[in-house]
Structures are given as structure tokens and as C-alpha cells.
Design a protein around this ligand. Structure first.
Ligand SMILES: C[S@@+](CC[C@H](N)C(=O)[O-])C[C@H]1O[C@@H](n2cnc3c(N)ncnc32)[C@H](O)[C@@H]1O
Length: 225
């Protein structure tokens, strides 16, 4: 199965750190999670979707697999329960991709708030790839004080996406317009910045004005090194 450029970029972002548990939330047909099972044989891969027939299909497929590092959950992703073995703080990665930024951020907040004040609190990383409402996501991550691990711009099938990897263990504040993903010698990145500026230019409110000026102010120093 050949993954899209967007899902391939997400898989690549998981390679930085070993995780005990990886949650493919909003998994749909489970393509991403199935690649993660191969890539991370020592991790438990959790497939989560709120639609029963989708999870039933994924489960029916996984049962025929030779791998056993998976679990399926028919759940609202906001309600996932991150388990820790007694006395052992396990590292969890939660991936949410392919849904709108507002819904995605509701899920992140619910998961983070539910688990962050537990005595044996889990080590939490997120890889997020929203469809639209990027600013809502970035502001929400700042509010939760989830710090940046990496971020990148992906162009896939004529659409642009951002893949944002954050962690409860990182102190590097997330920027509202991205600080470590731009490469202005890449014409795709110039196009993406122009799309974002055109979008905010049309909106007559103070937040849009602020975001527009942040995009305009991006400089060479914000580029990928
Ligand atoms: C467009 S698919 C995204 C599939 C895949 N993550 C990707 O990025 O290609 C969106 C999926 O999100 C699921 N979904 C929507 N709201 C959800 C929720 N609250 N909890 C879990 N899954 C949800 C839908 O059932 C659908 O399968």
C-alpha cells in the first residue's frame, strides 16, 4: 500500500523517538496505523475511530496480519484512555490528522487535560496535521504549553498541510505562523505563505491583521537550517 505524501511525512516524524504506545486517532481505513505497525514493531499501535463500521473493517483486516502489536477502539478520540503500567511512566504519541483544526484541538485539549494532572502522568507527544484552522491549533498548543519538536510544510495533491510535532516535555514555544518550517528558496513555500496572507488579508478583524503581519515578517532566520 502506497501512502500519500502527507501520511508519509507523518510516519517520518514518528522516527525521532521510541514510543510505547502510538495512537492513530481518526484512523478511517487505518492506512497510517498499518504502516506504523511495521515501522515500530516494539510499540503498541492503537486504531481509533468513532464510526463503528470503519473500525470493524480495520479490525477484520488486522486479524489476518502476522503482527500482533495493535488494538482497535471504537471511540470518540477525545475519550481515549492512556494506560500506564504501575510504576512505569510510558511514552505515548497521539496522532490526529485529516480533520478540521477546531475539532482536532477539542480532542487535544480533552486528552491533555484528562491526563496531565494525574499523579503518574503519561509522557505525551502529539503529531497533528489539521485540515484548515491552523491558527486555532497553534494558539491552542501555546495555551496548553505543548512545546515544539518539529514542524513541516507538505504539499500533497495540490493542497498544503502542516505537520506539527509537539511534546509535554519540550519548552520551545510554538509560533502562530511556524518558525522552523519555512524555506523561501522553495517556491512551494512562497506559494503557501502567499495563500495564507491572501486568506488573512480578506478578513477585517484584528486577529487576521496580526497574523498577516506575522506572515509578512517571516525572515530568513525563520527558515529551515
Ligand atoms: C478524513 S478521515 C482522516 C483519515 C486519516 N487520519 C488521514 O489523515 O488520512 C477523518 C476520520 O475521522 C473520524 N472522526 C471524526 N470525528 C472523530 C472523533 N471525534 N473521534 C474519532 N474519530 C473521528 C471519521 O470517522 C473519519 O474516519
Amino acid at each position: 500500500m502506497k501512502l500519500s505524501k502527507r501520511l508519509t511525512a507523518i510516519v517520518k516524524a514518528t522516527e525521532l523517538t521510541p514510543y510505547d504506545h502510538i495512537w492513530d486517532c481518526c484512523c478511517d481505513h487505518g492506512y497510517l496505523g498499518q504502516q506504523l505497525m511495521l515501522q515500530h514493531p516494539n510499540s503498541q499501535i492503537h486504531f481509533v475511530d468513532v464510526v463503528p463500521h470503519l473500525i470493524e473493517q480495520v479490525e477484520a483486516q488486522l486479524i489476518t496480519s502476522s503482527l500482533s502489536n495493535w488494538q482497535c477502539h471504537c471511540l470518540d478520540a477525545a475519550d481515549i484512555e492512556l494506560t500506564n503500567l504501575a510504576g512505569k511512566n510510558q511514552k505515548h504519541l497521539i496522532i490526529i490528522a485529516g480533520v478540521g483544526g477546531d475539532l482536532l484541538m477539542d480532542m487535544v485539549k480533552a486528552i491533555y487535560n484528562e491526563h496531565s494532572d494525574r499523579p503518574n502522568k503519561p509522557d505525551l507527544d502529539f503529531i497533528l496535521c489539521p485540515v484548515r484552522q491552523l491558527h486555532t491549533v497553534r494558539q491552542g498548543l501555546l495555551d496548553l504549553e505543548l512545546g515544539l519538536i518539529s514542524e513541516q510544510i507538505i504539499q500533497d495533491n495540490k493542497l498544503f498541510y502542516e505537520v506539527i510535532h509537539v511534546s509535554s516535555q519540550s519548552a520551545q514555544a510554538v509560533s502562530l505562523v511556524g518558525n522552523h518550517m519555512w524555506n523561501f528558496s522553495n517556491s512551494d513555500h512562497q506559494t503557501y505563505r502567499q495563500i495564507m496572507m491572501d486568506h488573512y488579508q480578506k478578513q477585517p478583524n484584528s486577529l487576521a491583521k496580526k497574523l498577516l503581519s506575522l506572515y509578512q515578517a517571516l525572515t530568513e532566520s525563520d527558515q529551515l537550517s
